[in-house]
Design a protein around this ligand. Sequence first.
Ligand code: HEM
Length: 113
Amino acid sequence: MSVVKINVLTVPADMREELERRFAKRAGMVESADGFEWFELLRPVEGTERYLVYTRWRSEEDFQKWQQSQAFQRGHAQAAAAAGQGHGHGQGPAATGSEVWTFEVAETAAPKE
Ligand code: HEM
């Protein structure tokens, strides 16, 4: 059964563009991780101000392995570059907060051919 891991990012209004820019030039390494199934960056429109980084994995183990991998570190190089230096338009995390939500996929559907 697949597992969904969502990283929920709190992003100040003046940092949204920067966050999206970083994702636009993201490392693109997650695609090669074993057990990776899907990724989407979800931009808030209504009901919340938080961005969701949606990822889906074959199993919890696959997600854990990716999170401990070099690929994860490199995929977060920009965010990590100046961690601790506060947020700014240059380097440093664009998000001021994050939390991870975990779901099991209970049911799925796709359009009929
Ligand atoms: C401290 C918590 C985290 C923050 C602030 C954060 C923020 C970011 C940012 C800004 C990027 C764009 C690239 C960069 O700036 O380096 C990124 C990449 C990414 N993040 Fe996170 N992230 C965090 C943890 C996580 C977790 C736990 C997940 C999994 C649910 C995740 C999933 C991803 C994925 C899939 C990418 C794209 C990596 C690639 O292309 O290889 N992040 N993250």
